[in-house]
Design a protein around this ligand. Structure first.
Ligand code: DC
Length: 233
């Protein structure tokens, strides 16, 4: 019997472990992993470098017209690097400067329609795991499997702090906590496709799960969905 490829949509607040899970899942399944947040981060990097005035829609539209985003697989990371107009933007997009601005940029209608159109195209052939904030609700409302991830806020702060501290010893816990709280707030209350759990998304709270336990649980869900999809065809 043929095995059909499916789309796995993973949403949730910042630092819930979405990308870790998505990357491992894609590797196990031989699917593509797309970090949609990296796209908003790369757009933000371009806006910062070019002093784009976010309050001027014409300026924003012009800037977007000059942006080309692509993903190139990096074997060392076992994930794709995002390219901003032929430059590997991966080393810059997690900077605090970008993190501080990205929610504001991602709330702009023009930015979202640009990113979402590209994300939809990337899913046309299925076999994709994509994580973000609106993947199960807006980008792939028909995804065969939708997950909504949460974790205890302090655990999320500690995880993000450890990640950032590894590359920048200047970073403080308060800085990380403030940034996460602010992004959570903007991402969940913006007008354009705010973060919310799709009615058919499965809730995964990974506060007390190891990476292995989480992956095992989700792989079981994926296999169940693949079997259902196979039966339907
Ligand atoms: O997942 P992340 O923290 O790298 O995402 C960066 C920002 O991008 C996040 O604060 C909200 C925004 N984002 C979004 O609005 N929609 C997505 N699908 C993914 C990210």
């Amino acid at each position: 019997m043929p095995t059909h490829k499916i789309i796995v949509a993973i949403d949730g607040l910042s630092s819930c472990g979405k990308s870790t899970l998505a990357r491992e899942l894609a590797a196990q399944l031989g699917y593509n992993y797309i970090d949609s947040g990296a796209m908003y981060r790369a757009i933000t990097l371009y806006f910062l470098r070019n002093n784009v005035d976010l309050s001027d829609p014409a300026e924003v539209i012009n800037a977007i017209a000059n942006i080309n985003l692509s993903f190139v697989f990096n074997e060392r990371r076992n994930a794709s690097d995002i390219y901003l107009n032929d430059e590997n933007a991966e080393p810059y997009i997690r900077d605090m400067l970008v993190s501080e601005k990205v929610s504001e940029v991602a709330a702009l209608r023009e930015v979202r329609s640009f990113a979402v159109a590209q994300q939809k195209r990337m899913g046309r052939r299925k076999g994709i795991v994509m994580d973000g904030r609106d993947i199960g609700t807006t980008v792939f409302p028909d995804a065969e499997l939708k997950l909504y991830m949460t974790a205890d806020p302090e655990i999320r702060v500690m995880r993000r702090f450890q990640e950032l501290y590894a590359v920048n010893h200047e970073i403080s816990l308060d800085e990380v906590r403030n940034n996460l709280e602010l992004r959570d707030y903007i991402d969940s209350t913006r007008e354009e496709s705010p973060l919310h759990r799709a009615a058919d998304a499965i809730l995964i709270d990974n506060s007390n799960l190891t990476r292995e336990e989480q992956l095992k649980q989700v792989l079981a869900l994926v296999n169940e969905r693949i079997q259902t999809t196979d039966k339907q065809h």
